[in-house]
Design a protein around this ligand. Sequence first.
Ligand code: PHE
Length: 338
Amino acid sequence: MTHPLQELRDAALAEIAAAGDVQALEAVRVLYLGRSGSISAWGEKMKTLSKEERPVVGKLLNEVRSAVTAALEESGEKLRATQEAGALAEIDISLPGTPHEIGALHPLTQMLDRAIGIFRRMGFALAAGPDVEDEWHCFDALNTAPDHPARNEQDTFYLPDGRLLRTHTSTVQIRAMESAPPPIRVIAPGAAFRRDEVDATHSAQFHQIEGLYVDERVSVADLKGALEFFLRELFGAETAVRFRPHYFPFTEPSFEIDVKSKALKSGEKWIEVCGCGMVHPAVFEEMNRARGDAAYDPEKWTGFAFGLGMDRLAMILFDIPDIRLFAQNDLRFLGQFA
Ligand code: PHE
């Protein structure tokens, strides 16, 4: 005679064999072995059996449970394997992949990377300072008188608290000398801000590469040599470089530098790219006052400083006609430098 548990087992095994997918199989499991499944119910029934019957049925219940569990596991594994194989079969691995668009560096960044590489070979380290500055770092420490036109509200962005957006990166000259005694050899690339009328060659935000070199016996010849070397490395050996006398409050003598080269797309006209000069002794003296020492003794140390117009350099190098293109984020423009 077959026990009802054996009948349940046979029914379960038959349904397991018939289940066509993982979901159907799970339904069978719940039906028989779930919390209120018909095999599980026998666990409760055990309590109602006599002492003699209990061990016999208990053993049978265990056997039935493990037989059904084993069948469930085996069948589940098979069903999962077929389902995975089916899913993979739908993927045609010979199809071309989805193209992944690769970005590129902004032309100003490309230009800056080249510039840093050239100055690094000359032993210049990188320095940095904040875009939001105080008047002392931007003007006073740079020997710029209180009535100098650059300080005018028409020319400079002032914050309500009296600070300002730096009008040049020369602020970093001051910050570098505040934080270390000579010798110093740094470049400081960064943004500068002026209330300029915006047109093809002027922008309210532009970029400069500041440079400062302070050591014993630094001369105009060093200044000229370093900047000529830089410009010829950047634009080509045949580039003509012209120094014009100029005025800056924080350098003496001061110059502006123009370049011209047949190799450049801009062709046969002089283009101004840099302001520079020998550090004014008044700047060293103000540094000593601020530092509270005599580290920058103007009798012992001399130095040169320069401020290269980074946007201008990139415009010449890549033949870009309009400075506004740098900030417009137009992929038709940026894609040309990828
Ligand atoms: N800071 C000057 C400018 O923005 C350029 C400059 C830098 C001149 C360093 C001399 C020395 O025009």
